[in-house]
Write a protein that binds this ligand. Structure first.
Ligand SMILES: Nc1ncnc2c1ncn2[C@@H]1O[C@H](COP(=O)(O)OP(=O)(O)OP(=O)(O)O)[C@@H](O)[C@H]1O
Ligand SMILES: [Mg+2]
Length: 289
């Protein structure tokens, strides 16, 4: 299986019955189909995972509502990829319960795989193929009708039409990441896991990826992303969970997280542009010349 989170599984991204935004996290008991459709998109309950004597996850709890963008924030080695891999059925937990769209990741792994896609931390793009060939390959593996039309639509959506017939080995990092995300959309999965989608990208490419993520969520897709960039979580996520030393130490909207800190003291500070502001202003000027 590649980092594409099971793209080799036929039908992995076939969309099931689903009402975008119909339910936000709340009380829920697993059971019948009706209960499933009102279940949170992702439920993680007391998740534990050790590697040898290293306790990586020590009781992780969170829920992600349908259509929500949820950011899992944590430093290197915090366990973000481990959590995502367990949710995506790529790794077995030691204990705890994880459900995706109401399906248990252990006992109903096939059903979970049908509703998700995973864009791994490292791109799953085949460098030897063109962008279009990569998309057609995934569409065929997922048994999507009209693989060629699906590829064309995704190339257009991600601004890759001109590059579509070039080998992916000639793409920039941002283009590769966009192609990687486009590949994860084949078959319109209900839930998308994005493991550090913008690591290594320049500010413009990062903003492009952010825009794609926001468009997906606006269309009703649930997105769980991991990041080490605080401003990425702040900019993108409806809710943010901070994973630290194996547990979620804070979880909520940005406003809720801000309330965890003492009220800010008002002081006069001259606002200086950040390096990112300067970079974006200069490169935008160059582009309009
Ligand atoms: N297969 C494995 N065998 C042994 N240890 C592992 C394995 N996978 C992960 N780990 C360890 O578990 C811890 C968490 O790793 P994980 O990849 O989940 O962190 P992360 O939060 O995604 O970090 P990063 O920000 O660097 O991607 C790390 O200490 C890592 O070395
Ligand atoms: Mg990781």
């Amino acid at each position: 299986m590649t980092g594409q989170g099971g793209s080799s599984e036929p039908g992995m991204s076939v969309t099931g019955s689903y009402a975008p935004g119909s339910s936000k996290p709340g009380s829920y008991a697993p059971g019948s189909g009706d209960q499933r459709s009102s279940a949170p998109a992702i439920l993680v309950d007391d998740l534990r995972k050790d590697f040898g004597d290293h306790q990586v996850l020590r009781g992780v709890d969170f829920t992600v509502g349908r259509g929500e963008i949820f950011a899992l924030l944590g430093s290197n080695g915090a366990g973000k990829t481990t959590t995502i891999n367990i949710c995506a059925t790529l790794l077995k937990a030691d204990s705890g319960r994880v459900e995706v769209c109401g399906h248990d990741v252990v006992t109903e792994a096939a059903k979970v795989r049908q509703s998700i896609s995973l864009t791994g931390q490292f791109a799953a793009v085949d460098d030897m193929l063109t962008g279009r060939e990569n998309l057609v390959l995934i569409a065929k593996l997922r048994r999507v009708p009209n693989p060629s039309g699906t590829a064309d639509a995704l190339l257009a959506r991600f601004g890759l039409v001109d590059a579509g017939d070039r080998r992916a080995s000639t793409y920039s990092g941002g283009m590769t990441r966009r192609l990687d995300i486009a590949m994860s959309l084949v078959g319109s999965p209900e839930v998308i896991f994005l493991d550090e989608p913008t690591t290594g990208l320049d500010p413009e490419a990062r903003i492009e990826v952010w825009r794609s993520v926001q468009e997906l969520a606006a269309g009703g897709t649930t997105i769980l992303l991991t990041t080490q960039y605080l401003e990425e979580a702040e900019h993108l996520a409806d809710r943010i969970a901070i994973l630290h030393e194996g547990v979620i130490i804070a979880c909520g909207t940005m406003d809720e997280l801000k309330q965890l800190f003492p009220p800010a003291e008002v002081e006069y500070v001259e606002k200086q542009p950040s390096l990112e502001d300067i970079f974006l202003a200069i490169t935008a000027k160059e582009a309009t010349k």
